[in-house]
Design a binder for this molecule. Structure first.
Ligand SMILES: Cc1cc2nc3c(=O)[nH]c(=O)nc-3n(C[C@H](O)[C@H](O)[C@H](O)COP(=O)(O)OP(=O)(O)OC[C@H]3O[C@@H](n4cnc5c(N)ncnc54)[C@H](O)[C@@H]3O)c2cc1C
Ligand code: FES
Length: 268
């Protein structure tokens, strides 16, 4: 784990409060797994606590990446993300990482199906690159959001996936409704036998997808979010209830035992 002071190379405004920030990183960071994350802060400014962000891209994930860089896709919610969105080229960043465990590749005979809710698409560009590098076919993706503007990097995903099925709550893009609608149809057609679900998005979406995965007995990995103060296992601010191997419910830390956890372990 490195604690870096680095600088912003660019901070692209993707519209509707979504940004892609790029910053310099040393070579060792290029080994990060998709869904691992950084704790990022802006030196000398409020808020004191850094915020967690998934690694979205590294060298070569996006065609115009500079060498020795990492990218983070983020949405402005509160103080920390607003401060980040105001940073321009050359601004200083404090970056702690790599943190957490990350997505593993699917077993032989299974294909990745990515399920993303809004800014939950952030870990998937790097994952798509890892799949390609390991010789896996381009994945399919179900990408849902409240509205058309909440689907950052959509054209990149369309170019990089075999197929992107869209849903929006207001029907402004794709099918009106939730990601679980096309997912349930695919699973009812028997596709689950050949799939491994990788899911990132808001908690209610994770829970709904986890229920479908359990009903159709499909392997399913969730990239969880939780409030995080430290990011490396000390503060216990990020615990979630899980089923232990002995069947008892216990608490595990999302920052070090996750953020990726198999859906069937969750004791929601
Ligand atoms: C492992 C991990 C990886 C993450 N990766 C990313 C990422 O790649 N990109 C990204 O944009 N975010 C990501 N997040 C979420 C991100 O950390 C939060 O959005 C961020 O901490 C918000 O900080 P803030 O200071 O702007 O908002 P705060 O001031 O902390 O919160 C402002 C308000 O927004 C609400 N809020 C905060 N976060 C969210 C959220 N995620 N969804 C809905 N409401 C929220 C709060 O409840 C509060 O009401 C990740 C979180 C975790 C745990
Ligand atoms: S964020 Fe501190 S223990 Fe997980």
């Amino acid at each position: 784990m490195l604690d870096l002071t680095t600088s912003v190379i660019r901070n692209l405004d993707l519209g509707h409060g979504n940004y892609l920030i790029e910053f310099g990183v040393p070579d060792s960071i290029q080994q990060m797994k998709p869904a691992q994350f950084f704790m990022i802060g802006t030196p000398g400014s409020e808020p004191l606590l850094r915020r967690p962000y998934s690694v979205c891209g590294l060298n070569g994930t996006f065609p115009d990446n500079q060498r020795g860089t990492a990218q983070v896709l983020y949405k402005v919610y509160g103080k920390g993300t607003r401060l980040l969105s105001g940073l321009g080229k050359g601004a200083e960043l404090q970056v702690l990482g790599p943190l957490g465990n990350g997505f593993d590749l699917p077993d032989t005979g299974r294909r990745a199906l990515l399920v993303a809710g809004g800014i939950g698409s952030a870990p998937f560009p790097l994952f798509i690159r890892h799949l390609a590098e390991a010789g896996h076919p381009a994945p399919r993706m179900i990408y849902g959001a409240r509205s058309q503007g909440d689907l950052p990097l959509l054209s990149w995903f369309r170019d990089s996936c075999e197929e992107v099925l869209l849903t929006t709550d207001d029907g402004s893009a794709g099918e009106a409704g939730r990601v679980t609608q096309p997912l349930e149809r695919l699973l009812e057609q028997g596709e689950g036998e050949r799939l491994h679900l990788y899911v990132c998005g808001p908690d209610p979406m994770l829970k709904a997808v986890a229920r479908l995965a359990s009903r159709f007995d499909v392997p399913c990995d969730l990239a969880l979010e939780a409030p995080m103060a430290c990011g490396f296992g000390v503060c216990l601010g990020c615990v979630v209830p899980v089923h232990g191997d002995d069947g008892e419910v216990r608490f595990e830390r999302v920052c070090v035992d996750g953020p990726v956890m198999p859906a069937q372990r969750m004791a929601w």
